[in-house]
Design a protein around this ligand. Sequence first.
Ligand code: PLP
Length: 446
Amino acid sequence: TLTEREEARLQARTPASKRMHARAVRSMTSGVPSSYQVRDPWPIYLTHGRGARVWDVDGTEYSDFHNGYGSMVQGHAHPAIVRAVGERIALGSHFAMPTEDSIVVSEELARRFGLPRWRYVNSGSEATMDAIRIARGITGRDTIIKIFGSYHGHHDYVMVSIGTPYADIGPADHMNSLGYGAGIPQAVVDLTVPVPFNDAPAMLRRVEALVAEDRAPACVIMEAAMMNLGVVLPEPGYLAAVREITARHGIILIFDEVKTGLCVAAGGATERFGVRPDMVTLAKALGGGLPSGAIGATAEIMEIVATDRVKQVGTYNGNPLTMAAARASLLEVLTGDAYAHLERLGDRLTAGCDEILARHGLPGYTVSVGSKGCVNFTDALIRDYTSFMEHQLAELPALAWLYNANRGVLMAPGREEEWTLSVQHTDADVDRYLDSLDQLAHDLVR
Ligand code: PLP
């Protein structure tokens, strides 16, 4: 089969990764730092990156559309970030006391997201965990609502109703709360109630049912555009309806912008889709490659942190290296020109993918927003987790990943993942992606 041929080709191209993996498994579980880096029979180990390109231990160069799960919208080793971090590290890398850069970053995030008060953490998981705690602290409510199939990090509150088999999803009005993997207490799972994306009436009915059961939710945590099912855009009116439902019931609306923030517009999905949440969580691209996370909110909400009724703490919060990288990212790299460049390349990539699918008569369509996008290998509309599970075939995205890897295009593995363009990508990188898809489409319809 094509898959076997491409897998054999990739293995033949990566002998040094194979050797490194044999060594790695002896000291590192599965040979990787995080289970999301597992790939059978071995992952590709990298040495370095520059601009839009990365190199593996066999010396092979790739155009990077993985970009660290979208953390590197700045591109690799951007001179402004290298300089900022280099200057900072020579002045001391950690104090657990505030530096001026954290003020500059807060001022800039407040301007971009329209939320005046910020706090810092070191990952997206910590950002969503603290945001949910703040929402619970303010409302005095324990139950929370999330979108079925949405990923918000690896802590217990949100490792619920993701990666669930189709048969276990449950009806739209009463979707199942299911823990993702062992070790998550059922009592915690039961506090997280999933609702379908793009279905405001179902959210309203679930909210009203919870209120009637004396389980009114503290918050709705959601991505304004889902980024962990490829890319699923909000349908017209959906986000405004969610805003209205949450406001009416005193529910805090959290937009998790760990993936969308700084990637789909200067002010993230909040700016792009024009609906203002009560809180925003950021991570990934904020740190320009350093571990980062941030929580933004209204002054009224952050008052509960200011008065120390909710504890929002952490040794590495506002780490000077991260703040220096974030400052350089926001002020020097992710400029208006940079977003215009991302938009132009994204439009070209999207149109190019659609043209290839149409020319070869292959079912499918492209969805994109800003630097993010994906090809759905189906003509069916993917608008939520249920339709994703029903229609997005697993084999084709896996084959597309192999085709890309063998043709110098690196993507995040897994059919849930989307591409991320960086400000250092050029038309040559887009051409590589399109050439790879063109060969795949050609071979598939032959
Ligand atoms: N929220 C969203 C939307 C994410 O995509 C992710 C990670 O992929 C997270 C939160 C968790 O971020 P981290 O992996 O930095 O903990």
